[in-house]
Write a protein that binds this ligand. Structure first.
Ligand code: ZN
Length: 282
């Protein structure tokens, strides 16, 4: 039984195993179309799992994937989930000029809206690549029609993070601007511990992850935001050769345990879509 009635946001970053930023140097975007895609089968498993658990979530989907799997995008929408953008081709916001970024967020939004018939209000930057240096990106998202972003991760990490950002929903540029919804952290020993999914969820024992999220619900009395990727429930994915030990470990650790852990999460907590939890309906 869930410890509180607080609804947490279940979010999925819809991309395939070869599109993760850590593989940038190993698999060029020009090779993506020749890769063995597994995203559709994995998303269908997630849709079944969520249907069985009776929960709705938000799918931050790459434009590149939506173009190739429009049927999958339609199934996500038909199952009552929220579609949101994860950009077009998984370029970090920090890699793009302002003009390129604007083009990317407009293109991915239009694509998802055309296919699904749903309005797309949410955006998550690839690799949480919005932080101190490019907060202008948030105004641009608002101007492009987005109403929230989940792109700032208030932690210390070698590839991303803005450790001094607020831990819960905030308006970085005033109430009339975009709402930022950070991935969940727990404040412990003067540090923000990542507590909302990704590699940490695969690495830590489930009981620890559950304790962290429960703490956010019971001590902070706030909704948590959890994320995972379709490739994280796919231990049979092809192995990418030539990775350094750290990247290999981060990507492959405990893939075989993740699906069961996500099922446990669906039993131990209440869940909903980002827009249902955080956006005031007019
Ligand atoms: Zn991503």
């Amino acid at each position: 039984m869930p410890a509180t009635q607080i609804r947490n946001a279940m979010t999925i970053d819809v991309e395939d195993y070869f599109q993760v930023s850590a593989f940038d140097a190993h698999i060029a975007r020009s090779r993506w179309s020749q890769m063995d895609c597994r995203v559709e089968a994995n998303v269908d498993r997630i849709l079944r799992l969520m249907e069985e658990a009776g929960i709705k979530g938000t799918f931050f989907t790459l434009g590149w994937i939506a173009e190739r799997y429009p049927g999958m995008v339609k199934r996500i929408a038909a199952n009552g989930h929220e579609l949101a953008s994860h950009g077009y081709a998984h370029h970090r916001a920090t890699e793009l000029s302002a003009g390129e970024f604007l083009q990317d967020i407009r293109r991915s939004k239009a694509l998802l809206e055309d296919i699904s018939g749903q309005k797309v209000l949410g955006y998550r930057a690839p690799s949480f690549s919005i932080g101190k240096k490019n907060l202008w990106a948030l105004d641009m998202l608002y101007d492009a029609g987005y109403r929230y972003s989940s792109s700032i991760y208030p932690i210390q990490h070698d590839h991303y993070g803005m450790p001094d950002a607020p831990r819960f929903a905030f308006y970085p540029n005033g109430r009339n601007g975009l709402l930022e919804l950070p991935i969940t952290t727990v404040r412990l020993m003067q540090r923000n511990l990542p507590s909302g999914g990704g590699g940490y969820f695969r690495l830590l024992p489930y009981a620890v992850s559950r304790w962290l999220l429960q703490r956010v619900n019971t001590e902070d009395r706030q909704p948590g935001i959890f994320y995972f990727h379709p490739w994280e429930i796919d231990p049979g994915q092809p192995r990418v050769p030539g990775l350094c030990i750290k990247t290999r470990f981060r990507h492959y650790v405990n893939l075989h345990r993740t699906e069961a852990r996500i099922k446990a999460l669906t039993r131990d907590f209440r869940w909903d879509r980002m827009d249902n939890i955080f956006l005031v309906k007019n």
